[in-house]
Write a protein of this length. Structure first.
Length: 756
């Protein structure tokens, strides 16, 4: 047989070592990410006492794929609608944390005397807390259902989004695009493609998945999903972004589809495999010599993160409206760096703009801060208790009052709401129109010029048939977008109210129509100028007439409304499915927050002692002071269950209570389970023949009287009477001497019966 390829040997070594190390870390109740990093160090060339990876190039290739699938999975767990529903509080906290920690990292790097790019990338790394590690720590400590944990996870989601944007910006800076105009151009490019991909993706992808739904099983759906992920990654690199950015965008598009949960479960094993390879590759770059040489910077960076997140992070959460106690619990929870810091460091290395020592230094800092994460989370409350007596009571009351009294829903001014919506529609439809124009003139017109290479002369000017036809089709294709741009929100309730309230509002309202009409005309002007060099007066006339016809056309109106409704239905498809299946949270949840209580979801484990018991028997209200508002089972919702309703394994219950009450219930739910049978092999069921002897106590007794089932846990499956088949043993029949019966039971129970 031929020699085994180096890639297979390396993969075998990585997975075997990673498997052993992660088992140890699981036993020690440490994050598996750290286990992967340690495994990478053990198989790296820097470790002379163990086998090493042969081909590092292949491993880094697999690691790049791992980053792509990690971000694809992150996108699947993310929804842009979630960000819109969060309000300003987590956005303010996230921006503040990233700015403060990023600036702190840059200053720290300059104090060490590192290069400019090292400082910039270090600032980006220190600004990113680890979603995976914090989520795991909350889960292990039983804090996931508490209110402050939800705020932390919201901020982490936003951090992950901004990390994607940061990676694009860092790539631009690394490429030398540091001037203001070039940076603005990069930001506008991100916004353009982000809006374009999301709008087109949410319009097209759900339609595609819906059309093939009857043909798709788990295997096909996995292949289709990964294919879409890789296709978007390729397209993203073609337009100047990273493959990880494209993978994240495709994940966020698929997150709005009904199939999102299925795709997430199917992709998880793939993500785990390639993600493990990525984190192992991170560990391979850990050089003990560098860590020893940079021991002081590592220690100072660890302290920078711990103190910076504890102080500046808590302050940022207070800016977002949290009380001092809640803000400190949130800030202390985020005192570490994780996977995105590695990804940013990998980006810097691949671009060749950061020093080789920075990567192992960041890995060492991440390992230390990750180990300290559970202790930092536990330290938050004692730190608050120690700080509170030293602060003026008036200041504490003011901060807490500000948090408790912040409104959860504020009524915006009608003008602000109307102008905001008009601006959003104008930008989105403008981007779509620009994308159609670009595609038509870059792809369709060259093709049409080959098919129709004809020209004609009119008033002394030569025109191309292909160009004129392309221009006409382009205006036809963008006409629904132009009409929506001009007419959208002109009949809304805000518009009507402002029109009726005051005559002074009418001129500004009409002016908004004029501005949007001019913007729509500019697209037609551009098409006309691109098709042929018409006189300015002709271009203006054609543009105005075209927009006027588009606005008055019933056919264009119908197409515009149809496209918009289809897009909204695709965007709401997952919400609709959640309503139908009973997964959506009740609308009154937001009002509970004013009363210091909230709703939490709990899954009944398969081995729970609560399974099979009624709510009356469990007495959750009596024991913990909570209320079960709903039971979700098999896609159905049982609202306001009574005491007679039973709980079953894998039920999801929605419970109302305070943080302390929910934490006590969560601890009991996790504790009250049937532990795994360590002697499983002894529980094997066996079939054995048994002859009733002369002194057997069963003689003269029926099955029930003998206690074979109740006392000995055995079952009589038949009576042997010399026939071809066993005869059934009737319950009323009494055992007689010489009966030959066949019993089924466990080995120990059968031995007890035979020994009688």
């Amino acid at each position: 047989m031929g020699e085994l390829p180096a890639l297979i040997q390396d993969l075998a070594l990585i997975l075997v070592v990673a498997g052993i190390v992660t088992l140890v870390f699981k036993k020690l109740k440490q994050p598996l990410v750290l286990g992967y990093i340690v495994a990478g160090f053990l198989v790296s060339p820097h470790m002379p006492y163990t086998a090493s990876v042969v081909d590092m190039g292949n491993i880094h290739l697999w690691a790049d794929i791992g980053v792509m699938f990690l971000l694809f999975s992150l996108g699947l767990d993310f929804s842009f609608k979630k960000i819109l529903k969060m309000g300003a509080s987590p956005i303010i906290s996230t921006v503040s944390i990233i700015f403060c920690m990023g600036l702190l990292g840059i200053v720290a790097g300059q104090l060490f005397g590192w290069s400019k790019m090292d400082c910039i990338f270090l600032g980006g790394m220190l600004a990113m807390s680890s979603t995976t590690i914090i989520y795991k720590a909350f889960d292990d400590l039983g804090l996931r259902q508490q209110q402050f944990a939800g705020m932390v996870m919201s901020v982490l989601i936003l951090e992950d989004i901004l990390a994607i944007v940061m990676m694009v910006m860092l790539s631009a800076i690394a490429g030398g695009s540091v001037e203001g105009g070039q940076m603005l151009s990069s930001v506008l490019k991100i916004v353009f493609f982000l809006v374009l991909w999301l709008v087109v993706g949410i319009f097209a992808i759900p339609l595609f998945l819906r059309s093939i739904r009857k043909l798709v099983n788990a295997e096909v759906l996995l292949i289709v999903s990964l294919g879409l992920c890789c296709a978007m990654a390729v397209f993203s690199t073609k337009v100047g972004f990273s493959s990880a950015f494209g993978a994240f965008i495709m994940g966020s598009i698929l997150a709005e589809t009904i199939e999102a949960e299925r795709i997430e479960k199917l992709v998880e094993p793939v993500k785990n495999l390639f993600g493990a390879v990525f984190f192992v590759s991170v560990g391979m770059l850990v050089d003990p010599n560098i860590i020893v040489s940079y021991a002081l910077p590592i220690f100072l960076l660890v302290m920078t993160i711990l103190v910076g997140q504890s102080v500046l992070g808590s302050f940022s959460f207070m800016l977002g409206g949290e009380s001092l106690k809640s803000a400190m619990r949130c800030g202390f929870s985020m005192a570490q760096i994780g996977e995105f810091s590695f990804i940013i460091a990998s980006l810097g290395l691949s671009l060749g703009v950061i020093s080789d020592f920075l990567y192992p230094v960041v890995v060492a800092v991440s390992v230390i801060t990750t180990f300290l994460t559970p202790y930092m989370i536990r330290l938050a409350t004692p730190a608050y208790n120690a700080l509170e007596p030293k602060l003026p009571s008036r200041l504490i009351r003011s901060l807490n009052w500000l948090s408790m009294s912040r409104p959860h829903s504020t009524e915006k001014s009608k003008w602000k709401q109307l102008l905001t919506q008009m601006t959003i529609y104008t930008v989105v439809y403008g981007i779509l129109s620009l994308a159609v124009i670009t595609l038509m003139f870059m792809l369709f017109m060259p093709f049409l010029s080959k098919v129709l290479p004809f020209h004609f002369t009119l008033f002394g000017t030569t025109y191309s048939v292909a160009q004129l036809l392309t221009g006409l089709l382009t205006v036809l294709f963008i006409s629904p977008f132009l009409r929506a741009m001009v007419m959208k929100k002109n009949h809304s309730e805000e518009w009507k109210t402002l029109w009726r309230e005051s005559n002074r509002n009418r001129v500004p309202l009409l002016f908004t129509i004029l501005v949007r009409a001019v913007i729509a005309c500019s697209f037609v002007f551009y098409v006309c100028q691109h098709v042929a060099h018409f006189a300015p007066a002709v271009v203006i006339t054609v543009g105005i007439v075209a927009v006027a016809l588009i606005v008055q056309s019933r056919g264009v109106k119908r197409r515009s409304i149809l496209l918009e409704r289809l897009f909204i239905n695709n965007l709401r498809s997952r919400d609709i499915e959640a309503q139908v299946s009973g997964k959506r949270r009740p609308l009154y949840e937001g009002r509970l927050l004013d009363r210091d209580i909230h709703i939490a979801d709990f899954d009944i484990p398969q081995n729970s002692l609560w399974a099979g018991m009624s709510l009356m028997q469990l007495g959750l209200g009596r024991r913990y002071g909570v209320h079960v508002s709903s039971i979700l089972r098999g896609g159905n919702r049982l609202n306001i269950p009574d005491g007679k309703d039973l709980l079953f394994p894998l039920d999801r219950i929605q419970v109302i209570g305070s943080d302390a009450q929910l934490a006590a219930m969560s601890a009991a739910l996790q504790k009250e389970v049937r532990h795994e049978d360590v002697e499983l092999e002894k529980r094997e069921m066996k079939l054995r023949q048994f002859i009733i002897g002369p002194n057997n106590p069963f003689i003269g007794k029926t099955l029930e009287e003998s206690g074979l089932r109740s006392d000995y846990n055995c079952m009589v499956v038949g009576l042997e009477e010399g026939k071809e088949n066993l005869s059934p043993f009737k319950p009323s029949r009494r055992f007689e001497e010489g009966d030959i019966i066949w019993l089924v039971g466990e080995e120990d129970d059968l031995n007890r019966v035979v020994g009688l």
